[in-house]
Write a protein that binds this ligand. Structure first.
Ligand SMILES: Nc1ncnc2c1ncn2[C@@H]1O[C@H](COP(=O)(O)OP(=O)(O)O)[C@@H](O)[C@H]1O
Ligand SMILES: [Mg+2]
Length: 290
């Protein structure tokens, strides 16, 4: 069915291509997950990759940044919650990312919007068998259409996040942190959760580890400098090459882009954090379409 006149609104066909699945996690909120997903997704799309961003967070910040402030309010939009609730298939919930609310479509970038109802996901799945597989069951309709699928998680490691982590066999775990000791410690918690999942899901071939660490809001200011540098040094010592370079600096451009409802690399392409995110994307192999 290819009756849509505007080719840019045509969801990519399933060509059986290899699809990377990258899951942004950290047990705490405010740890730059959504900023990182929106930035890397925009950069990869600009490089010509077909990109899908799935919002698994009831806060809906990713949907906001990608042009949809309140997906629940629009009857024509199916959210991720609706999909889990059986009202639509996952590929039917895909909408084009936009530059601002109702703004122009961003080529190659697609969104499955979040819903405030996602906070009730545990209730919805209360009686489901193998409920951690809630997203895994839905993925076949989108894998093979995209080069990369990002999943933005809530700030905890509960059922929603676990489902994202076991959504496909070869998930890449992207830990997003600020350069603060508290956040670095949160990675220990993440690793314990990964171990737990690996133990439980070994029969399904799940073998998770931290694949990438993105430092998404570092501070160079001299007065606070020392503690941040220590935290960064610790991260690099513990995770070596997994810590992507450069770290992304704190910048007012990030909240500005959020307010404008536009992904940072599109809002301020030459800004310091956008350039830094491009370096991160390159390190992850997200800047070259195959
Ligand atoms: N490099 C940065 N400079 C300044 N503010 C940032 C930066 N990165 C993220 N922020 C802000 O920090 C807050 C938390 O970031 P966000 O990506 O929403 O985290 P999470 O998704 O983990 O909750 C947001 O208000 C965001 O705009
Ligand atoms: Mg978020």
């Amino acid at each position: 069915m290819s009756t849509t006149p505007d080719a840019s609104l045509q969801i990519p066909e399933n060509t059986g291509r290899e699809t990377r699945v990258i899951v942004a996690v950290n047990e705490s909120g405010g740890s730059v997950k959504t900023t990182t997903v929106s930035a890397l997704a925009a950069i990869a799309a600009e490089a010509g990759l077909q990109v899908l961003a799935i919002e698994a967070d009831s806060q809906r910040d990713l949907s906001h940044i990608l042009g949809y402030d309140d997906p629940d309010a629009d009857d024509n939009i199916a959210t991720l919650y609706d999909v889990v609730d059986g009202l639509a298939a996952l590929d039917e919930a895909i909408i084009p990312a936009r530059r601002g609310e109702g703004g122009p479509v961003i080529p190659n970038l697609w969104l499955v919007p979040g819903s405030r109802k996602l906070k009730n996901l545990e209730d919805l799945l209360a009686t489901a068998t193998l409920r951690e597989m809630w997203l895994n069951r839905l993925m076949p309709s989108v894998v093979g259409r995209f080069d990369v699928i990002f999943i933005d998680c809530p700030g905890d490691l509960k059922l929603t996040t676990k489902g994202a982590l076991v959504s496909s066999k070869e998930v890449e775990v992207m830990a997003c942190v600020k350069s603060q000791l508290k956040e670095a410690r949160a990675l220990t918690e993440l690793e314990a959760t990964l171990d737990d999942i690996n133990g439980a899901f070994a029969p399904f071939g799940v073998k998770l580890e931290v694949d990438w660490v993105v430092i998404g809001e570092s501070v160079s200011d001299k007065s606070q400098g020392k503690v941040y540098e220590d935290a960064e040094a610790q991260l690099r010592e513990a995770y070596g090459n997994l810590v992507l370079t450069p770290s992304v600096r704190r910048s007012t451009k990030v909240p500005e882009a959020y307010s404008a409802q536009v992904a940072l690399p599109i809002y301020a392409p030459r800004s310091e954090p956008a350039v830094q995110y491009r370096g991160v994307a390159e390190g992850m192999g997200l800047t070259q379409a195959s």
